[in-house]
Design a protein around this ligand. Structure first.
Ligand code: ADP
Length: 932
C-alpha cells in the first residue's frame, strides 16, 4: 500500500502534492501503513481517505479508487452516520467509540448488512488543531451473523421437540424462523405426500398463506413443472438445494419485504429429508436476505435449518406412530375387556340352567349311588366353570371401572381367620399344616367383605396349589397405620425373573410345579385389582424351591375411600362364589385317600368285562392332573381295558418303567412333566419308542394338533370329546398296536429261523454299504469271523482279520466285481482274534443307483475250513502214493533186471522173481493199511 500511496498523483486531491504534506500527516500515515490492523485516516476538512492494506478488505470493490477521495464520496451510503462523529472529533478533539455498529455498506454492489467496532481519534496538526481523524476498525459481520444463525438453529432444535405430529413440527419451525427474519426473511414449509405426488403447505414465516408465492399445494407429478412457483420437481429429483433468482420478476409485489426496506431478490429451495432412505419428508423454501451475500456459510446455514426441521418432523412422526400404536393397543384392550365381560355373561345363563337341574337331581334321595357319583362330578365341574367365568367377569368389571365396592367397618382379624380356617381341612388333607395367626386388631378395617374373601381365598388356594410339604401361614398385623396380611408357604416358590410378572393378568409361570396345571393366570391380577380398590398394595417375595410370601397392605381408616361407597347398597349382583367352592376345587387337586400311592399313582383294580377274556385286556396308562377327568376317563375305559391312572408325566414315566402298557393316554397340561415332554421322552427311549400315545388337550386348533403330532403322538383328542370318540380311538390304536406287535413277533420268528439255518449251514449274511463303507453282519457271520455277537465290526476291522497274504486278492476281487457288475466270489483265510486260522468262502452281488453309482453289496459267507482241511489231506495222500508207487516201480525194475541177469532158463526167470515180488507185495500191503 506504501508504494501505492507514493505512486499516486496527489496534486489532484485536496491534500496537494506529497512533498507539501505536514509532518503530522506523514507520521500518521507511517503508523497506518506500518500496521496490520485495518486503519483509515480521514485528513483535512474534506476528510480525504488514506488507508492501509488491511482496510482495503473492508472497502471491498471501493478499493483502490477510494484512496485520496473525500470520505463523503467513498462512504456516501453511511455519511449520515459517520459525518456527525467525524465533525465532533474535529470540534472537541475527543475520540469516539462505536461498538458492533451496524453500517449498511455498498462495497459489493448491493447494500450489505455489516457490523464494525471503531474509534475516530484526533490527529493533531502542527498548529495544534485537529488535522485529521485516525480510525482503527474491526469488522464483526461474520461473527455477529454466525452467532445469530446459531441461535436460530438452537431455537429450532429445542422448540420442535414439543411437536407431536409432522404438521405441528412445521408450524413450530415456521414460528421460530419468524424470529430470525434477518437470515430468513420468509420461509415456506411443505410436507410431501409421496402417494399423491404433491406437497402441502404446513407452515409459513413472514409471508401470507395461499399467495402467489405461497400456494397451499405444490404438485410434482410428471407434467406439472410448468406454472409451479417453486422448482419442486428439480429438488425432488436432485435431492439438492436449488437457488431461485430474481424473485421480483417471478412474483412482483408478492415478495414479502422482510426486515429491510428492500425485499429479497433470491430464494433457496431445499429438500427436507425423511428417515426413510431416498424419500423426502418435505420442502423448505426460504428467502435470501437482500442484505447478505449467498456465500458458502449462508448455504450451509440453510442446509442445517432443513436438517433441524427434518429431525423435528422425524421425531414427531415417530411420536405420532407410537401414539397411534398405544391408542390401538388401548382400543384392543378395551375390546378384550368388553369381550370377556360379554362372553362371561353369556356363559352364566347356560351354566345356571345346568346347575339348577343337577342340584335338584342330587337332592333326590332315590338316586342310585353310581348315578349320584356321576352327577356329583358334573355338578362339581359346572361350579368350577362358573367360578372361572365369574373371575373373568369380576376382572373385566374392575377393568371397565364398573365394579362398586361396599366398604364396611369390619373386624379384619375375625373375618380373615374365618376365611382361612375354611381351607384347613383341604390343607391338612394335603399333608400340610395351616397356621392362622390373626390376633385381635386395635380398630376395625374398612373393607368390602366379599372382596376380602376373594383376596384371602385366592392367595390361600395358590399356596395350597404350589406347596407339597411344610406349612401355610396366614398372618395379620397392624403396623404403621396399615393392616398387613401375609400368606406364606413353603412351596415351590417363584424364580426371580418371573416374580415381576405374576400380577400381570393371564400370566402363568411356564413349567411351574403345582398340584394341578389348571388355572387362568388371573387370580393374582384380580387380587391386585381388589386390593387397589381398597387403596392398598400387594407384593410378593419368593425364592425358587423355598416358598413364597404374599403381602397385602391396607391403609387404616376410611379417608382414602370414596365416601358414597361407605356402607352403600350394591348396584351389581355379586358374582363371588365364596369359600366352599374354592375349597371344593382345591380338594379336587388332592389325591383321593386310599386310591393313590405315595408316588402319585392310582391303580384301579380291573373289573372283568363280559365280552373280553382277561388275557386279551389291553393295559392302558392314563395321565391327567384333574381328578374328575381321571375318574371320568377311567370309568369310560374300565369295562374294556385294564386302566392304570397317574397324575402327571413323571409318574407316568415311572409307571411305564415298572410295567409297559399297551397304550398311553395323556393330558398335555400337567404339573412336573407335561404331555409333550412325556411324548418326547418316550420316543427317545428304544424300549418305548413305538408305544402308542394319544394326547388329550383342551387346546383346540390346528397348530396344537400339529404340534402334538410332531412331538410324536399317534393321535390327538380335543376336550371336550365324546365317550364314543374316545373309545373308538383307543380301540383303534390298541388294535393297531397289537397288529404291529404281532407283525414284529412274526418278523422276529422269521429272523430267528433264518439265523438258525445259517448257524446250521455255517453261513452268515453280510451287507456292505459301498458309499459309507458301513458293514452289517448277522450273528452267524460274526461267528465265522470269530467275533462276538455284540461287536459292531467295521469294514476295516474285518479286513484286518483277513490273512495278510490274501488281503490284496480279496480287495482286487471286490473292486473287480463292483466295476464289472459280476458276481463276487472269493476264498480266503482269516485269522480269528484268538489266533486260529480259518478258511472262508464269500459271495456277493452289488446293487446300483440309476446313475450307475454302486450302492451296496449283499452276500453270504461260508466257513470252508473243514473242506479246505480235507482237500489238503487228499493232496498230501496223493503225493505220498505217488512217491511210493515210484519207489515200488524202481524196486520192481531192479529185481527184474537182476533176475534176468541171473536166470539160466525161462522157467528160472519166471519162478525167481515170484518170491521177491511176493515179499514186496506183503510189504506194500502193510504200508498201505498203515497209511489207510
Ligand atoms: P393361576 O393360579 O390361575 O395360574 P394366578 O394369577 O393365581 O393364576 O397365579 C399366577 C402364577 O403365579 C401361577 O401360575 C403360579 O405359577 C405363580 N404363583 C402364584 N402363587 C404362587 C405360590 N404361592 N407359589 C408358587 N407360585 C405361585
Amino acid at each position: 500500500m506504501g508504494d501505492f500511496v507514493r505512486a499516486k498523483d496527489w496534486s489532484e486531491t485536496p491534500l496537494g502534492p506529497l512533498f507539501g504534506w505536514p509532518q503530522s500527516l506523514r507520521s500518521a500515515i507511517s503508523i497506518c501503513l506500518g500496521s496490520r490492523f485495518p486503519i483509515v485516516i480521514y485528513w483535512g476538512a474534506e476528510f480525504v481517505v488514506l488507508y492501509n492494506d488491511a482496510y482495503a478488505q473492508i472497502l471491498g470493490s471501493k478499493h483502490p479508487q477510494a484512496l485520496g477521495k473525500r470520505c463523503r464520496d467513498v462512504w456516501a451510503e453511511i455519511w449520515d452516520v459517520i459525518e456527525p462523529m467525524l465533525q465532533s472529533v474535529v470540534a472537541t478533539g475527543q475520540a469516539t467509540w462505536s461498538d458492533n455498529q451496524l453500517l449498511v455498506l455498498k462495497r459489493h454492489g448491493f447494500p450489505e448488512e455489516c457490523y464494525f467496532s471503531f474509534s475516530f481519534s484526533p490527529v493533531r496538526s502542527e498548529d495544534d488543531r485537529v488535522g485529521g481523524v485516525f480510525t482503527a476498525v474491526i469488522e464483526h459481520t461474520q461473527r455477529i451473523v454466525g452467532e445469530r444463525r446459531l441461535v436460530a438453529l438452537r431455537d429450532l432444535g429445542s422448540r420442535s421437540m414439543e411437536a407431536k405430529t409432522a404438521e405441528e413440527a412445521c408450524v413450530i419451525a415456521a414460528k421460530t424462523l419468524c424470529e430470525h427474519a434477518k437470515d430468513i426473511p420468509f420461509a415456506l414449509l411443505y410436507l410431501i405426500n409421496g402417494n399423491e405426488q404433491l406437497a402441502r403447505l404446513a407452515g409459513a414465516a413472514g409471508v401470507a398463506l395461499d399467495d402467489a408465492i405461497s400456494p397451499l399445494v405444490l404438485r410434482f407429478s410428471p407434467g406439472t413443472a410448468d406454472g409451479q412457483p417453486w422448482p419442486l420437481i428439480e429438488v425432488v429429483h436432485s435431492d439438492a438445494m436449488q437457488v431461485v433468482e430474481d424473485l421480483a420478476c417471478r412474483f412482483g409485489n408478492a415478495v414479502p419485504p422482510g426486515p429491510w426496506s428492500d425485499p429479497p431478490r433470491q430464494a433457496v429451495v431445499l429438500p427436507i429429508r425423511s428417515n426413510i432412505s431416498r424419500e423426502l419428508a418435505g420442502i423448505l423454501v426460504a428467502g435470501v436476505s437482500a442484505r447478505l451475500e449467498l456465500d458458502e456459510l449462508y448455504r450451509s446455514f440453510y442446509e442445517l435449518v432443513a436438517s433441524q426441521i427434518a429431525t423435528a418432523i422425524a421425531n414427531a412422526s415417530a411420536h405420532e406412530a407410537e401414539h397411534k400404536r398405544a391408542e390401538a393397543l388401548a382400543e384392543i384392550d378395551r375390546a378384550k375387556t368388553a369381550f370377556f365381560s360379554n362372553v362371561s355373561h353369556e356363559f352364566r345363563t347356560p351354566l345356571t340352567l345346568m346347575l339348577g337341574p343337577l342340584e335338584d337331581a342330587l337332592a333326590s334321595s332315590a338316586l342310585p349311588s353310581g348315578e349320584r357319583d356321576r352327577l356329583t362330578v358334573a355338578h362339581r365341574n359346572s361350579l368350577r366353570l362358573l367360578k372361572l367365568v365369574n373371575t373373568l367377569l369380576d376382572f373385566s368389571r374392575i377393568e371397565a371401572g364398573r365394579v362398586q365396592a361396599v366398604y364396611e367397618p369390619t373386624d379384619l382379624a375375625a373375618a380373615t381367620a374365618e376365611f382361612a380356617s375354611m381351607f384347613r381341612s383341604a390343607v391338612e388333607k394335603a399333608g400340610l399344616s395351616l397356621v392362622v395367626d390373626c390376633p385381635p386388631l386395635p380398630e376395625p378395617a374398612f373393607i368390602d367383605r366379599q372382596m376380602w374373601e376373594q383376596i384371602v381365598l385366592n392367595l390361600l388356594s395358590n399356596a395350597l396349589k404350589f406347596t407339597f410339604q411344610g406349612e401355610i401361614e396366614v398372618r395379620l398385623r397392624f403396623t404403621a397405620g396399615h393392616f398387613e396380611l401375609s400368606v406364606r408357604d413353603t412351596g415351590t416358590g417363584i424364580s426371580a425373573q418371573e416374580l415381576p410378572k405374576v400380577f400381570e393378568r393371564f400370566h402363568r409361570v411356564a413349567g411351574a410345579h403345582g398340584r394341578t396345571h389348571d388355572g387362568t393366570g388371573i387370580g393374582l391380577a384380580l387380587v391386585q385389582e381388589l386390593v387397589k380398590l381398597h387403596g392398598g398394595s400387594v407384593s410378593v417375595e419368593s425364592e425358587h424351591g423355598r416358598g413364597s410370601l404374599f403381602k397385602v397392605a391396607l391403609p387404616m381408616g376410611c379417608s382414602h375411600l370414596p365416601a358414597e361407597q361407605m356402607g352403600a347398597k350394591r348396584t351389581l349382583p355379586s358374582t363371588a362364589l365364596g369359600a366352599p367352592h374354592f375349597v371344593e376345587e382345591a380338594l379336587g387337586w388332592l389325591p383321593e385317600a386310599g386310591q393313590v400311592d405315595e408316588r402319585g399313582i392310582e391303580h384301579i383294580a380291573a373289573r372283568q368285562s363280559q365280552n373280553a377274556a382277561p388275557a386279551e385286556r389291553a393295559h392302558i396308562l392314563l395321565a391327567d392332573d384333574n381328578a374328575d377327568m381321571r375318574d371320568y376317563v377311567r370309568r369310560l375305559l374300565a369295562s374294556r381295558y385294564e386302566v392304570e391312572v397317574v397324575a402327571d408325566g413323571e409318574a407316568a414315566l415311572s409307571a411305564i418303567a415298572r410295567r409297559k402298557p399297551d397304550l398311553v393316554l395323556s393330558d398335555i397340561m400337567m404339573p412336573r412333566l407335561d404331555g409333550m415332554e412325556l411324548v418326547s421322552r418316550l420316543r427317545a427311549d428304544p424300549q418305548t419308542n413305538t408305544l402308542p400315545i394319544i394326547l388329550l388337550s383342551a387346546r383346540a386348533g390346528e397348530e396344537s394338533r400339529v404340534e402334538g403330532m410332531q412331538a410324536g403322538a399317534d393321535d390327538y383328542l380335543i376336550k371336550p370329546f365324546s365317550a364314543r370318540e374316545l373309545l373308538a380311538r383307543v380301540e383303534a390304536h390298541v388294535k393297531i398296536a397289537r397288529l404291529r406287535r404281532d407283525a414284529e413277533q412274526a418278523l422276529r420268528d422269521e429272523q430267528e429261523r433264518w439265523e438258525l439255518a445259517a448257524h446250521v449251514g455255517r453261513f452268515g449274511q453280510w451287507h456292505l454299504d459301498l458309499v459309507t463303507r458301513a458293514v452289517d453282519l448277522s450273528a452267524s457271520c460274526k461267528a465265522i469271523f470269530g467275533l462276538p455277537p455284540e461287536e459292531q465290526a467295521s469294514a476295516e476291522r474285518l479286513f484286518s482279520l483277513i490273512h495278510a497274504d490274501d488281503r490284496e486278492a480279496v480287495a482286487i476281487r471286490l473292486t473287480e466285481a463292483v466295476e464289472t457288475r459280476t458276481a463276487y466270489e472269493v476264498e480266503y483265510r482269516v485269522v480269528w482274534p484268538d489266533g486260529s486260522l480259518h478258511w472262508i468262502n464269500s459271495r456277493g452281488s452289488a446293487t446300483y443307483a440309476p446313475d450307475g453309482t454302486a450302492l451296496q453289496m449283499v452276500g453270504v459267507t461260508l466257513d470252508i475250513t473243514e473242506r479246505k482241511r480235507g482237500e489238503e489231506h487228499l493232496r498230501m495222500l496223493v503225493a505220498e502214493l505217488d512217491h511210493r508207487v515210484k519207489n515200488v516201480l524202481a524196486t520192481v525194475s531192479a529185481v527184474m533186471s537182476r533176475t534176468q541177469e541171473a536166470a539160466g532158463s525161462v522157467a528160472d526167470f519166471v519162478a525167481a522173481p515170484d518170491g521177491r515180488i511176493q515179499s514186496m507185495a506183503t510189504t506194500h500191503q502193510l504200508l498201505s493199511s498203515h497209511l489207510g
